[in-house]
Write a protein that binds this ligand. Structure first.
Ligand SMILES: Cc1cc2nc3c(=O)[nH]c(=O)nc-3n(C[C@H](O)[C@H](O)[C@H](O)COP(=O)(O)OP(=O)(O)OC[C@H]3O[C@@H](n4cnc5c(N)ncnc54)[C@H](O)[C@@H]3O)c2cc1C
Length: 354
């Protein structure tokens, strides 16, 4: 059998894309992961501020399915993750920060970072993907219909061909990329995908000059889901940071309401609300992170969506949740399960090359 000349391309190097790529690589497929970020990892994000290290996307993950448990057991064995707290629903943290886990997962893979895919076009070999190199460090994010692509000033432009594509960006971004390439989805599928929704999240990253008042094990969660400050994590108590550094998360409702306000205004309010956790310590530095797509609010009813077009094209990610998943919430686990299921599906439907 002739080896296919075009790779499978995965858009997005978050946990879904990485798990999909590993399944395909283990099956002997040539696979390339493209991610617009400075490194992969997506919402498994860790930032360094001086000698402080702060997780500022997912703080932990839980394990409910036997399939994900088998993966996590391997990660624990390798020293990549360890239990943080909780029983029987153990919350796992990644050693060195959540992003480090995705770096380990990406090690054997061919991954291109700072590559923003802007369009996926139908092509005789399968698909043609346009991409631009992400040379801008900051692309303004607004909570409305404007996508970063609309205001983006591209650096180097190029395209790559693929025999199959898996899109793992948040669904609205994936739909944007498909629309830009005039790749039309069947209307019923498009309607279901357009219904998928995520909550935004505003997070303050705060480095302190002394210990915080966050209780053991380094995490405080509000009793009410609409409290403006929803979660406060002390990254040094968590074992991630060399110095006291808090991540302060606003709830979805508050984040949506204030998303388009200037940084200073958001920080002024968030820091005032979080002040009890600073216990008199001074703020050394504070930065804001805007997650336009944070937790899934309305999921897609299935582990992935096959577009059913002229060549394989599958959408996956944390919003793709099996109807029998009792949580129906987008999580690290749902993203990993979706990525693996999408890849296994692709292996079944890929045309045989002769
Ligand atoms: C603040 C916050 C708190 C959370 N807390 C928890 C928690 O406690 N427990 C839990 O289990 N989960 C939590 N989550 C959710 C969890 O992080 C996500 O469910 C999971 O990481 C999603 O993985 P993914 O691969 O589906 O998507 P992502 O991680 O979003 O990956 C998608 C990737 O696609 C890339 N991309 C997007 N567009 C393009 C493009 N045009 N070209 C190239 N690349 C592109 C992005 O850069 C990104 O890396 C939290 C998330 C946030 C933001």
């Amino acid at each position: 059998m002739r080896k296919p000349t075009q790779p499978i391309v995965i858009i997005g190097g978050g946990i879904a894309g990485l798990m999909a790529a590993r399944v395909l690589m283990e099956a002997g497929e040539e696979v390339v992961v493209l991610d617009k970020g400075r490194s992969g990892g997506g919402r498994l994000a860790t930032r360094r501020i001086g000698d402080a290290t702060l997780d500022h996307g997912a703080q932990y993950f839980t394990v409910r399915s036997p399939e994900f448990a088998a993966e996590v057991a391997k990660w624990e064995e390798a020293g990549w993750v360890m239990p943080w707290f909780g029983s029987p629903n153990v919350r796992y943290r990644a050693c060195g920060g959540m992003n480090r886990l995705t770096k380990h997962l990406a090690e054997p893979l061919d991954i291109g970072v700072r590559v923003r895919v802007t369009a996926v076009h139908p092509d005789p070999v399968g698909w043609k993907l346009d991409w631009v190199s992400e040379e801008q460090d900051f692309v303004p994010q607004m909570y409305d219909e404007v996508m970063p692509e609309d205001v983006y000033d591209p650096g180097a432009k190029a395209s790559v061909k693929a025999r199959a594509v898996i899109l793992t960006a948040p669904v609205r971004q994936s739909l944007y990329i498909l629309r830009a390439g005039e790749t039309e989805l069947p209307v019923p599928l498009l309607n279901e995908l357009q219904a998928v929704d995520y909550l935004p999240c505003l997070a303050a990253l705060v480095v302190l000059d002394g210990p915080s008042a966050v209780p053991e094990p380094g995490l405080w969660r509000a009793d009410h889901p609409d409290s403006p400050v929803q979660l406060v994590v002390d990254n040094s108590m968590k074992g991630v940071s060399a110095r006291t550094a808090l991540t302060v998360y606003a709830c979805g409702r508050w984040s949506k309401e204030h998303f388009n306000e200037p940084d200073e205004e958001i920080m002024r309010r968030l820091l005032a609300d979080a002040a009890p956790w600073f216990k008199g310590a001074n703020i050394v530095e504070a930065q804001l992170k805007r997650w336009r797509f944070s937790l899934v609010h309305k999921p897609y009813p299935g582990l992935f969506a096959d577009a059913g077009l002229q060549a394989p094209l599958v959408l996956a990610g944390d919003a793709f949740i099996a109807p029998d998943d009792s949580t129906q919430s987008g999580r690290v686990e749902s993203a990993a399960l979706s990525g693996m299921a999408a890849a296994r599906h692709l292996l079944k439907v890929l045309p045989v090359v002769d």
